[in-house]
Ligand binder design. Structure first.
Ligand SMILES: CC(C)(COP(=O)(O)OP(=O)(O)OC[C@H]1O[C@@H](n2cnc3c(N)ncnc32)[C@H](O)[C@@H]1OP(=O)(O)O)[C@@H](O)C(=O)NCCC(=O)NCCS
Length: 417
């Protein structure tokens, strides 16, 4: 039987069928769909939502979000913010897989992002092999640590300052956005959180049945509230047998808040293990402890993937660690081919410019994917060169490019999307 396939934008009136198809393909619980609809309606944007329909039934879903994304700032300065295209809700029903439906939907959404002038598109990938052909590269990583509180030396070796106190979730809902905004600009790779997302994270009416209300703690230093955390006991926790708590977030805008929030967690009685998700790979926590091996990653993997849609805008939009020029010859054989060209980056502490430069001899030849992989500052061009992905035409150009692009802290995203 031939397909009768249509790819088109999805009206909000069709939200339930759209979500049923997406939730099923994501192997989530379809009985939660109705409960989630009021929240999902708040986030709906018809012209950024694509559906694939076969004989009127939804068989594919895709959405993009309009998000602010931190990119490296000039040396020593906070990160800069770029408006980007954030891809999400990508599913194709198992009944219709590998017939090119994703290729058609994502081709359309990337073209729309390019036409809008978004300098880049970002995503978090379910599987590594899906998105390279569309030009995306992993550009930031995250870690899920487990902390063993029973291990000898699982205690802080530095004193905490300021005060910590408990607030209810409604109060944290008021306080958290400003604290999160303060932390966000300390690393590249972080997206902003819109109001509906904050409500979904914290407020009880959006909590799934059976999910526990988190305990919320804030830190107050000399200049006011500057950090918060939230945690909840896992189902297996018991007062006699002990157990594990899940720490949902630790958000600190300065070192004093960071230390004091961890001091609170390491002071909880009865807790044997603490597990966290989506932490930076270079989390400084082990260095705060008498025995840093109490912190062990249970998972480390790729987090944000980046696809450059407008190379000059993306390169001029971030800051650099010094002054210098690099001419890039970029190939782009992936869907859309938006990154191809020869471009001259002129970086200086006060700002950068980037323009097409057909008259120049290139210093580095590489694919758009290789450039996207280093765009947030890590890993280095040297790594890409070791993998055979960058050709150095001018001796010393890789070292010069690394000196400009590298950042002191690894990029990180703490918010799934
Ligand atoms: C991943 C998914 C969206 C792919 O949709 P699809 O319509 O089957 O993809 P397409 O047919 O358009 O495939 C395009 C190309 O990508 C390849 N591809 C797609 N998914 C792949 C995967 N999971 N692993 C490896 N290759 C994959 C196809 O083989 C095809 O290659 P080709 O161009 O060389 O022929 C779909 O399988 C799915 O919904 N999976 C479960 C949910 C999920 O993982 N969603 C992604 C969330 S980030």
């Amino acid at each position: 039987v031939a397909d009768d396939l249509e790819i088109r934008h999805v009206d909000i009136a069709e939200i339930e069928a759209f979500n049923r198809s997406m939730v099923t393909t994501f192997l989530e619980d379809v009985s939660t769909i109705e409960r989630g609809l009021p929240w999902r309606r708040r986030l709906w944007e018809t012209d950024r939502t694509w559906g694939a329909y076969d004989r009127g039934r939804v068989v594919g879903t895709l959405r993009t979000l309009d998000r602010q994304f931190t990119v490296p700032g000039p040396s020593g300065a906070p990160c800069a913010d770029l408006q980007v295209d954030a891809l999400t809700a990508v599913t194709v029903s198992a009944t219709h897989r590998r017939r090119g439906i994703l290729r058609r939907m994502l081709g359309d959404s990337l073209a729309a992002a390019h036409d809008r002038g978004d300098p880049l598109s970002i995503l978090v990938a379910a599987e590594w092999m899906i998105y390279g052909r569309f030009g995306y590269s992993p550009a930031a990583y995250w870690s899920d640590p487990v902390i063993d509180r029973r291990r000898s030396g699982a205690e802080l070796r530095v004193p905490a300052t300021g005060v910590v106190y408990q607030v209810d979730v409604e109060e944290l809902r008021q306080l958290a956005p400003a604290i999160y905004a303060g932390q966000r600009t300390t690393r590249a790779g972080q997206i902003n959180r819109v109001d509906a997302l904050w409500d979904g994270i914290l407020l009880s009416e959006y909590r799934a049945p059976g999910d526990r209300e988190p305990t919320c703690i804030v830190h107050e230093g000399d200049d006011g509230v500057d950090g918060y955390l939230s945690w909840h006991a896992t189902q297996d926790f018991g007062w006699v047998k002990g157990g594990t708590i899940a720490v949902d977030e630790v958000v600190a805008t300065n070192q004093a808040a960071y230390t004091a929030l961890w001091a609170y967690l390491f002071g909880l009685d009865v807790v044997e293990h603490m597990k966290l998700e989506r932490r930076p790979v270079d989390e400084p926590l082990p260095h705060l402890l008498v025995n840093g091996r109490a912190v062990q990653p249970s998972y480390v993997g790729d987090a944000v993937w980046v696809r450059l849609l407008d190379v000059p805008a993306a390169l001029a939009g971030r800051g650099y660690a010094g002054a210098g020029e690099i001419c890039f010859e970029i190939s782009d054989d992936d869907v859309g081919g938006y990154g191809a060209g020869r471009f001259l980056l002129e970086a200086a502490p006060e700002g950068a410019t980037c323009r097409p430069a057909p008259e120049r001899t290139p210093d580095l030849r590489l694919s758009q994917r290789a450039l996207a992989a280093v765009y947030l500052g890590q890993p280095a061009f040297r790594h890409q060169h070791s993998a055979g992905l960058v050709d150095e035409e001018t001796p010393g150009a890789i070292a010069r490019a690394d000196a400009l692009f590298n950042t002191a802290l690894l990029p990180w995203v703490s918010t799934g999307f």
